[in-house]
Design a protein around this ligand. Structure first.
Ligand code: FAD
Length: 485
């Protein structure tokens, strides 16, 4: 591996640029490099590992039992990258991907930012391995200090061995809820309750997918995780509403279950409602997306090789649809094989031969996933918050009531038009936090589906980049066009 610490060290051109150094990106970069491609792997984090293996090379959490065996498996992926010849730029953010006008569409122009300096480079192929984000979970009062996402608490734990302060409540649903609760408790957090919002009515739909789940690797892992968490923590199921109370900061979480109202005094509330693919970069790069009704989220349209609708851009890992870390790594390898084939480095037959055993393993890792997706589909009232005052766009402070009003009274039919009326999706996060909720609220108000409503049309830069950085870009014709675009 060739570590790059300054933007000037990047080459002008790579055969393949891989965005994201989680399991998908690490595997894709290593495999492509092993096949002889000139590879650049970039990630905005200081260390490789992505979400699951975050800080694997530097974490101060040395007790292996705290983060669990799955976490430490990431070391093998990083070691494979280190053995490869791939270039790796940490703390490097990709803010744009567009066809390179000077190469007549034969390569992509990629906008990068590292240490306050921007740069445009080109790459013949691109693999987006940008992973997942937690599903937005707006409830009344969720913007008060003391409330954060469970994933954010996990980031603090993995990267800095920090656990939440005081009496801590975790609320939400999804398989990761058990993992996160278990990890934080093992690390010494005082978890006073886990409020499970999994809708009981999901069970009939999920039961149809149970046979595959019973034959899947998820079963043993999931049961072990649940048994451990339930044995040591106070789980309250059937929670149907949540609201944060406190003056200037969280002091109480109020919730309903079984038709009765209850409350718990706490210092920290961690929210988690599953994860969804991060689609901002793929969306801004022009890749077509569709609404997956089982995972209930937007996913890119891909072929069997994870190639998107934009020739030359593939999307691997959880960014292609939630499948977990093992499947992310396998999907990264398959996408890398196809990139090598597209660049003419291997034949179709070689690609197919290399991919066959990986596909078998991929089928095994994904078996049982459908059961989890159906069981942990969030309740409607958490997807489209009922209480009108609930802030859904934190950047622009737009409420659920404002979106409903615009959809009903002003006849706004889609999220792009909603931007013009309310500015939701126009702040620094560029819709990452409000997008899914805005779509749900419009669909609910207009009596239609998220698929009908559509999603934000995003534009580069997809991540904040300063004007000074843009202004300092070399003034080639392509650079001027990149800024003007
Ligand atoms: C907060 C959180 C915590 C999770 N924890 C776990 C866990 O403990 N166990 C588990 O099984 N699953 C976990 N998951 C699910 C999960 O993401 C894994 O299935 C796995 O990490 C997916 O791998 P990936 O390679 O697809 O993406 P990721 O591991 O998410 O890696 C994506 C990488 O892309 C980088 N990136 C994204 N956009 C850009 C950009 N524009 N420029 C530069 N870099 C960029 C990110 O910094 C990140 O490192 C978690 C998900 C989230 C959101």
């Amino acid at each position: 591996m060739k570590p790059l610490t300054e933007i000037g060290q990047l080459a002008e051109h790579y055969d393949l640029a891989v965005v994201g150094a989680g399991p998908a990106g690490l595997s894709a970069a290593a495999r492509a490099s092993e096949l002889g491609l000139a590879v650049l792997l970039v990630d905005e984090n200081p260390e490789p590992g992505g979400q699951i293996y975050r800080s694997i090379t530097t974490t101060p959490v040395t007790d292996r039992a705290v983060l669990g065996v799955d976490y430490w498996r990431g070391a093998d992926l990083v070691a494979r990258l280190k053995r490869s010849a791939a270039a790796y730029a940490a703390r490097c953010t990709v803010w744009s991907i567009a066809p390179d006008v000077e190469s007549d569409g034969a390569s992509f122009e990629i906008g990068l930012s590292l240490d306050g300096r921007a740069r445009l480079i080109t790459a013949g192929q691109v693999i987006l391995a940008t992973g997942a984000q937690e599903r937005p979970f707006p409830i009344p009062g969720w913007t008060l200090p003391g409330v954060m996402t469970a994933g954010a608490a996990q980031i603090a734990l993995k990267s800095s061995a920090i656990v939440p302060k005081g009496r801590t409540v975790i609320a939400g649903c999804g398989p990761l809820l058990y993992l996160l609760a278990g990890q934080l408790a093992a690390a010494g957090a005082e978890i006073v309750a886990v409020l499970d919002t999994t809708p009981r009515r999901n069970w009939p739909a999920a039961l149809g997918a149970l046979p595959d789940f019973l034959r899947s690797p998820y079963l043993a892992k999931g049961l072990k995780l649940m048994a451990k968490a339930r044995r040591s923590l106070r789980f309250l199921g059937g929670v149907t509403s949540l609201a944060v109370e406190g003056s200037g900061r969280l002091s109480t979480i109020r919730f309903e279950r079984g038709g009765a109202s209850e409350s718990i005094a706490c210092d920290t509330l961690l929210l988690h409602q599953g994860v969804i693919p991060s689609v901002n970069l793929s969306n801004a790069a022009g890749c077509a997306h569709e609404f997956d009704t089982v995972q209930h989220c937007w996913v890119p349209q891909l072929d069997d090789w994870f190639a998107s609708s934009v020739p030359g851009i593939a999307i691997a890992g959880d960014g292609a649809g939630i499948g977990g870390a093992e499947s992310a790594a396998l999907r990264g390898e398959i996408a890398a094989l196809d990139s090598a084939r597209r660049l003419g480095r291997i034949t179709i037959a070689e690609r197919d031969n290399h991919a066959a055993p990986i596909r078998t393993a991929l089928g095994r890792t994904l078996r049982g996933r459908r059961f989890l997706d159906l069981l942990y589909k969030p309740a409607t009232q958490f997807l489209a918050p009922i209480v009108d005052d609930t802030i859904i766009c934190r950047c622009e402070e737009v409420t659920a009531g404002q979106v409903r009003d615009a959809a009903k009274r002003l006849g706004v039919t889609g999220p792009n038009q909603m931007k013009a009326f309310l500015r939701c999706g126009m702040g620094p996060c560029q819709g990452r936090l409000c997008g899914p909720t805005v779509v749900e609220l419009i669909a609910e108000t207009r009596g239609t589906t998220p698929a009908e409503v559509g999603y934000y049309r995003l534009r580069p830069p997809v991540k904040p980049v300063t004007l000074a950085e843009l202004a300092s870009l070399p003034q080639s014709e392509a650079a001027v066009k990149a800024v003007v675009r």
